[in-house]
Design a protein around this ligand. Structure first.
Ligand SMILES: O=C(O)CCC(=O)C(=O)O
Ligand SMILES: [Fe+2]
Length: 211
């Protein structure tokens, strides 16, 4: 069993309440839409590709999906046994995470070891998701992460996932496939549906896209 499959369940209470918070979130998500475009362009620029290649594949922001997820983690008497959110990588192009200002809990997996993400109340944590990994043919990695619990204090976070429209076909863009770097991923469509199927079975959804 590896670190990804270890987590069985999660303690967090997830609240997908984009509708209720629509007005409050509107300004924030509009800014994130712009930031998402900037990052998709930056991905291309730093690979010396045509600036809009990732953005064109991602599609117009009007048709894309943005999901805001509020996570609430109550204090847990046995944080050694109970995880907050089990290990996963996000099914987004990018995820924008507003962490709790006072209580730490997010960790990323690298070389089979967990690393804490320190608190920074002034900062957003930006995370490349599986769509970024697929479109970049694995150059940008979608990291596995988890949230741990603690026995003393409740914790909250707000994750906003930027996801292409489910009708769009997503695959590695032309400039990132060549002889030296063969194509690693198939074309995917409606990856989010497939994502949850794999997630529930304790498997990494991106496996389904690997050639
Ligand atoms: O609560 C956190 O810090 C992380 C939450 C997370 O990874 C998610 O909602 O996908
Ligand atoms: Fe996540």
């Amino acid at each position: 069993m590896n670190e990804y499959t270890k987590g069985k369940g999660s303690l967090n209470l997830v609240c997908c309440c984009y509708i209720c918070f629509r007005e409050t979130l509107h300004e924030y998500t509009t800014e994130l839409e712009k930031l998402n475009e900037i990052l998709l362009k930056a991905m291309a620029t730093c690979l010396n590709l045509e600036e809009n290649c990732f953005l064109d594949m991602y599609g117009e922001k009007e048709n894309a999906t943005m999901i805001a997820r509020f996570n609430f983690y109550p204090p847990c008497p046995r944080p050694d046994l109970v995880i907050g959110v089990k290990p996963h990588a996000d099914a987004s192009a990018f995820t924008y995470l507003l962490q709790d200002k006072q209580v730490e809990g997010l960790q990323f997996l690298k070389d089979n070891q967990w690393y804490r993400v320190p608190l920074n109340p002034e900062a957003l944590v930006i995370n490349a998701g599986d769509y970024a990994e697929i479109m970049s043919n694995g150059i940008f990695k979608s990291p596995v992460h988890r949230a741990v619990t603690n026995s003393e204090r409740k914790r909250m976070s707000l994750a906003v996932f930027c996801i292409p429209n489910p009708d769009r076909e997503i695959e590695p863009v032309n400039g990132v496939v060549n002889e030296a770097r063969p194509r690693l991923y198939k074309k995917v469509k409606d990856y989010v549906s497939l994502y949850f199927e794999y997630y529930q079975r304790g498997r990494r959804p991106i496996e389904a896209a690997i050639i």
